[in-house]
Design a protein around this ligand. Structure first.
Ligand code: ARG
Length: 585
């Protein structure tokens, strides 16, 4: 079944056709959550958008729509308000039936999409031998959440890690490897070269200081590109070392990814250029092959070129992305391509897709979207750095979050006079620390910069992971104390709604579906965070007003069921954010 908003929308569609026939075909009766409960729960303003077409006044149009609208199984009689809004109020019997059906369904009544798509989510994508920095962390957390939501909706999702595993820097790295570990290129032993980022720094230093080394590095690039075995082996070795380090972060964050780095597209690059040539788009400019872009100009107002092959024959980042678009659409058969990177790459993608569109590689019906995000800043409002001014390593950042979570926990245990095993403390600290980092990122509108603050993200107050985890533990605790097995009881525990706070909570519980749909559409995870935060607040209002465990039998089981559903909704929602819950904390 589709979300409630979807269902109401299709009722309106039918009513519109019944009332006005062909004149209104294609009109989208948008239904939104009512901003003020005085005006009901949902609102439709389609009447206003039809005045021109129907040459009539909106209140009159609204009246005609209502005459044809069949919605009394869901709502009490719709009301016309103001210039022509149609206000809808849900019936409590409808809410009760819906909630009762959710009680026994692990998907909480949200059926998979009937029209699943093949979607590629390109996220994380760090660069070999370089630091996996906080920007990659953002991409990893946001990309994973988007993938989880689309997977839950039933889409076929391919999670691709487009790692930077190719490029001229490998010449320098291989030369340096050869110099420092001469045996590395000839023996089959696994080599541990330690901190790759430090290795990169030293190699770069050699490169900048020594002409001979520079020359050797250039030769290495050519050797690698032509497939020389020893160079290839050195390259593999460097990639393998990086991969191991990335994997530790992914394991810790519970992230699944398929690595398909830039090098994967190497065999396709010549063809990309040849096809661009054949299409007549390619221009030679000072020896480089490029396509002149529409709508991108330099300071002088001349069109900017997108270079696809440099004058020395080398390809670049854009060429690889052109090959990737084509492969993802033609070979993978994806109809939605999602790229999660910092906002700074917006132009890069716009340019690549413009060229791909002009040459016909992105057919109609295929959606290609950039999911940009802002910068991560320190509490001083500047770029996030360590005290000594270096870039923050992800591992250190996660360690620090876990360490602080543990300190907070130990203080709390002491205050509460609780004794817990070291295993418990470690486990809770790890989960809370990692969850806090993820949630802090996801709860912001991703397009804005965000300030990284351990204190804020670990606070038990506000829209934070610890607050949400705590809410879950508490609510689940209540429903557990009632010891009702909701799988078994069926009708006995059926929900009936009386108190206004119960109705408010019930309506909110029912909105999960439309929120998930909205995130799948707009790719803004913060909407789900906001929903869950409000859910826990609405639960608190209910719990303040309505006794649960001490209520008489009939109310008791109904309210316990409401607690249970709230806990399950929190758990499902958090799991879609990639946040794991705890039973105790
Ligand atoms: N490796 C790139 C970076 O670190 C991100 C790659 C994003 N994906 C893509 N298909 N270009 O900025």
């Amino acid at each position: 079944m589709s979300s409630l908003i979807q269902q109401m929308r299709s009722r309106f569609e039918t009513a519109l056709t019944d009332a006005f026939g062909e004149t209104v075909s294609g009109t989208d009766p948008l239904i939104v959550n009512s901003s003020n409960p005085k005006f009901g729960d949902y609102q439709c303003n389609v009447a206003m958008s039809l005045t021109k077409k129907l040459k009539s006044n909106p209140r009159q149009i609204a009246g005609t729509i209502i005459e044809h609208l069949q919605i009394d199984d869901i709502c009490s009689p719709p009301e016309i308000a103001g210039p022509g809004f149609i206000n809808l109020r849900l019936k409590s019997e409808y809410l009760e039936t819906q909630l009762n059906a959710k009680l026994t369904d692990p998907r909480l009544g949200i059926a998979p999409n009937r029209d699943p798509q093949k979607v590629i989510v390109d996220f994380s994508s760090p660069n070999i031998a370089k630091e996996m920095h906080v920007g990659h962390l953002r991409s990893t957390i946001i990309g994973d959440c988007i993938a989880r939501i689309l997977e839950f909706e039933g889409h076929q999702v391919l999670r691709l890690n487009h790692v930077g595993d190719w490029g001229t820097q490998f010449g320098m790295l291989i030369s340096y490897l050869q110099e420092k570990y001469p045996s590395a290129l000839t023996t089959a032993d696994v080599l541990d070269i330690g901190d790759l980022v430090e290795f990169y720094r030293q190699a770069k230093k050699r490169f900048d200081e020594d002409e001979e080394f520079k020359e050797a590095s250039r030769e290495q690039v050519v050797r690698l590109q032509s497939g020389a075995e020893d160079s290839r082996r050195a390259w593999e070795l460097l990639c393998e070392q990086s991969r191991r380090e990335f994997q530790q972060i992914y394991d810790r964050l519970d992230i699944k990814l398929t690595e398909r780095g830039e090098s994967f597209y190497n065999p396709m690059l010549a063809e990309v250029v040849a096809d661009l040539e054949a299409s007549g788009l390619l221009v030679e400019d000072q020896g480089a092959k490029c396509v002149f872009l529409e709508g991108f100009t330099n300071k002088e107002g001349d069109p900017l070129p997108l270079i696809v092959q440099k004058s020395n024959g080398g390809y670049n980042y854009a060429t690889t992305d052109l090959a990737a678009v084509r492969h993802r659409i033609n070979t993978e058969g994806a109809t939605r391509l999602i790229y999660v990177t910092d906002a700074g790459q917006a132009n890069h993608f716009a340019q690549v897709w413009q060229v791909a569109r002009r040459v016909g590689w992105i057919p109609d019906g295929v959606d290609v979207v950039h999911v940009p995000f802002g910068l991560v800043k320190g509490e001083d409002g500047k770029k996030l750095k360590t005290r000594s001014g270096e870039t923050v390593r992800l591992r250190d950042l996660l360690d620090e979050a876990v360490k602080r979570a543990q300190e907070d926990l130990e203080t709390r245990l002491q205050q509460e006079g609780r004794a817990e095993s070291p295993e418990f403390v470690h486990h809770v600290a790890e989960v809370v620390g990692i969850d806090a980092v993820k949630y802090a990122d996801l709860s912001q509108n991703r397009t804005s910069d965000y300030i990284f603050s351990f204190d804020k993200m670990l606070s038990l107050q506000g829209n934070t992971a610890p607050y949400m985890l705590y809410a879950y533990v508490r609510i689940q605790g209540i429903s557990r104390k009632g010891s009702i097995d909701f799988e078994q009881v069926g009708d006995r525990a059926s929900i009936h709604l009386q108190d206004p706070s119960e109705l408010t909570l019930a309506k909110h519980l029912l909105q999960l579906h439309e929120v998930i749909d909205a995130v799948a559409q707009e790719l803004l995870p913060n909407r789900l965070c906001q929903y869950l935060f409000e859910l826990s607040q609405k639960f608190n209002q209910f719990y303040d007003r309505c006794p649960v465990l001490k209520a008489d039998e009939c109310d008791r089981s109904s309210r316990l069921a409401l607690c249970h559903l709230t806990a399950e909704t929190l758990r499902l929602g958090l799991s879609l954010l990639g946040i794991s819950v705890l039973d105790r904390m």
